[in-house]
Design a protein around this ligand. Sequence first.
Ligand SMILES: Nc1ncnc2c1ncn2[C@@H]1O[C@H](COP(=O)(O)OP(=O)(O)OP(=O)(O)O)[C@@H](O)[C@H]1O
Ligand SMILES: O=C(O)[C@H](O)COP(=O)(O)O
Length: 393
Amino acid sequence: MNKKSVRDVEVNGKRVFVRVDFNVPLEDGKITDDTRIRETLPTINYLIERGAKVILASHMGRPKGEVVESLRLNPASERLSELLGKPVAKADEAVGEAVKAQVEKLQNGDVLVLENVRFYPGEEKNDPELAKQFAELADLFVNDAFGAAHRAHASTEGIAHHLPAVSGLLMEKELSVLGKALSNPDRPFTAIIGGSKVKDKIDVINNLLTLADNVIIGGGLAYTFFKAQGHEIGKSLLDAEKLDTALGFIEKAKELGKNFYLPEDIVVTDDFSADANTKVVTIDSIPADWEGIDIGPKTREKYAEVIKNSKLVVWNGPMGVFEIEPFSHGTRAVAQACAETSAYTVIGGGDSAAAAEKFGVADKMDHISTGGGASLEFMEGKALPGVVALNDK
Ligand SMILES: Nc1ncnc2c1ncn2[C@@H]1O[C@H](COP(=O)(O)OP(=O)(O)OP(=O)(O)O)[C@@H](O)[C@H]1O
Ligand SMILES: O=C(O)[C@H](O)COP(=O)(O)O
């Protein structure tokens, strides 16, 4: 990476503003998955051990510039304290005199967690005034929030214009793993794209068609391809505006000599629930009032074989509605194949990471990104504003 990292600068005795992504899932105020907090420990411990005064900032949810009590960072700060095995101070605001006073009191090696930065309207607007207020708290900016690196916000991008700005260790790891995978891939390179929103995945399919040898399509977005090919898709998901784009991808794959895999058989249901009727059909016989909900057994086998014969696999998005048991077999099969293959496996965050966790194979993956949208934008080939703003080496 051509950006400076925390390893390239002196941190002892410095006030260091570290942007992290503690946007973790909460249920009744309890954190249900603390991966994003655990993944920042190397950076935080690095700074503590070298005598920095560590000021952590994060967003949580989408409070739209207002204080939302359920989106305070107290649960994250408490969890961090448990993981570090030491007290962590928590501010009730993210800027202002009270926060300045708390920062003033920090000793070398102390940690302070600021309040949710999205409680301030200026955060998402990347307001230079708010960015300046953040910067006034510190001597150095460290961006370790890979998950929010695709957002040009005051605490991810704006602040970097007011302080020396470097990447954290998690940011560095994410960029190096994903960067290497995409710029110099081991082949055969297989990209698996699933999920429900065709619109959100268009750019990534387009870019991966150029980079990968095999592109595998699953999930709700497959049906737009079937419809484009003239098949009846019943009540399955459809993005009617993307039919031409879908056909274009099939053509592009042919022109580039790439293998483009669409499901051969699928599981359909007459109702979107665990006790609904289901059956397996080929893609040319989807009943008019049924809905495609998962890939079928033949497709599972085919996809598993392609994954097993790959050297690099990048997976983003589930193969079906994996949250409901009867519709989870396709996603489970892909997760299992990723766990068993000798290929280097990269999971692009979000739902696929949750699926790997659910099926007990997360620890078999080589890299699970902490970024959902961020990893998608990275794989689309877009520049991430939170990275662009950091100081060059
Ligand atoms: N055939 C289908 N019909 C309807 N919904 C589907 C189907 N297959 C998968 N899904 C749903 O798609 C959702 C995920 O889609 P989405 O496009 O948001 O992926 P994603 O969250 O971006 O994935 P990732 O986070 O891994 O990038 C899941 O909740 C899953 O239930
Ligand atoms: O969960 C994420 O993908 C990141 O924390 C970014 O959150 P956002 O989509 O609300 O900006």
